[in-house]
Structure formats: C-alpha cells, structure tokens
Design a protein around this ligand. Structure first.
Ligand SMILES: C[S@@+](CC[C@H](N)C(=O)[O-])C[C@H]1O[C@@H](n2cnc3c(N)ncnc32)[C@H](O)[C@@H]1O
Length: 222
C-alpha cells in the first residue's frame, strides 16, 4: 500500500469520521455487542471505547491496513475490554467456524474488495443465533441520488481507498443468508450537501438457528 493509503488516509479518516453524528451511531451499535465479539475493519479503533465490559467477554479485531493498526495502538492499550488484534482481512478470517456470538462491522462493507466473500465468512464464524451488527452508508433508495452515487463512486474509491457510495449492503447481507428486518435509510443533516449521497443504515442481522436452510444465491457486488 502506498503513502496515501497507509499514512494520509488513516489520519484523514480519523478526522472526518470523528463527527458526533457518527460517534453516537457507533456507540449505539457497539452497545449491543455481547459475549465473544469479532470486529472486522477495525480501522483506528474508534468503536473501542464503546464496548461494555459487563457484556463483552472478549473482543477480537481484524484490520488489514498497517497504517490503521499503527493508529489503533493507543486505543488498544486503553481498551475497556480484553482485546486481541489479529492481522487479516474479512474475505479470509483466520478463525474456526462458529467462534463468535457477535460480529461488528462499522463503515467497512463499503470498502471491502469482495462483499459476498466477506459476508460468507461473517456467517461462517458466527454461532447459530449469533448477531451481525453493522453501520454503513449505502446506495440510496432514491433512483436520482443513486445515479449520482454511481457517478461519484470511481472518485470516492480513490479518495477513500476503495470505498463505494453505491453499495446495497442490506441486500448483500440478506443474500448471504442472514435474517434482517426492513432497514430505514437515515439522511444525516449534519453532513450538509453530502448527506443525500451517504444515507446511513444501522442494523442487527441474525444467523438463522441451526437446522435452518442455507444461504440464498449471492447477489453481484457493485
Ligand atoms: C471507513 S474505514 C472504517 C474504520 C472503522 N470501522 C471506523 O468506524 O472508523 C474502513 C476500514 O475497513 C478496512 N478494510 C478494507 N478492506 C477490508 C477487508 N477486506 N477486510 C477487513 N477490513 C477492510 C480499511 O482498512 C478501513 O480501516
């Protein structure tokens, strides 16, 4: 990875995603985590302060970027819960099947190279009945906005190191075989002119209990 992806982008990301409108959503998402927890796309560790030591037995985090891992070091040292940082990527998680009760993914499905592969891994490492908690900006339900998202995504992928504005993450989660109730897209007014182009969803999907039928055919990723 180059200088921009490993040095400048992690710094930029910390500044742009420390917005209170994001912090409050991270807090609400992570507060639901319990038991043995895995977080993928840990970044610089912005979610870490929000894990509840009374609910989380152990947290494992996976982040492929060395630059992000460097920035996460101070937060890891001050973690409120026992934590292991493991090198790797969501497409090939280095864990046995059915290892975790909760999997957290915060603003990361937009950036992974192969969402169906990542979601298959998420499902594999979660126990039956386990929960997949995610917060993402997604493809808009509004066709006009979605066209703009598609136009701007090539630029966004360069600026934000692989991030897609036009990814339908809820559909991808369902296609991976999770149970997911209808999700509401939120337009965050604090994001100003960009707000309609980054509608947010926050949701808890469930792995069907043991014995349920397998995943539906995977949808193509954008
Ligand atoms: C927009 S950042 C979000 C970071 C953090 N979750 C947060 O809320 O600030 C996306 C993160 O996903 C990571 N990422 C990219 N591809 C990934 C993959 N295939 N598997 C796991 N993480 C990945 C990036 O390195 C980056 O740290």
């Amino acid at each position: 990875m180059g200088l921009y992806a490993e040095r400048i982008f992690p710094w930029l990301l910390d500044r742009s995603l420390s917005h209170p409108a994001i912090e409050s959503r991270r807090r609400a998402l992570v507060a639901q985590a319990s038991g043995e927890v895995l977080e993928i796309g840990f970044g610089s560790g912005a979610t870490l302060p929000f894990y509840d030591p009374a609910r989380v037995t152990r947290l494992t985090v996976v982040e492929p970027s060395a630059g992000m891992n460097r920035r996460a070091a101070a937060r890891l040292a001050a973690s409120p819960v026992p934590v292991d940082s493991v090198p790797g990527a969501g497409e090939a998680l280095p864990f046995a099947a059915a290892s975790f009760d909760t999997l957290v993914c915060c603003l990361t499905l937009c950036s992974v190279a192969d969402p169906p592969a990542v979601l298959a891994e998420v499902r594999r490492v979660l126990r039956p009945g386990g929960r997949f908690l995610f917060l993402e900006h997604v493809a808009s339900d509004d066709p006009a906005r979605r066209r703009w998202q598609a136009r701007l995504t090539p630029l966004q992928k360069v600026i934000a190191v692989g991030c897609h504005l036009d990814r339908d993450s809820a559909a991808l989660v369902r296609a991976a075989g999770f149970t997911l109730a209808p999700v509401v897209q939120e337009i965050e007014p604090a994001f100003g002119a960009m707000a309609p182009l980054v509608p947010l969803i926050s949701a808890a999907a469930a792995v069907p209990a043991a014995g349920a039928t397998g995943p539906a055919p995977l949808a193509a990723a954008s």
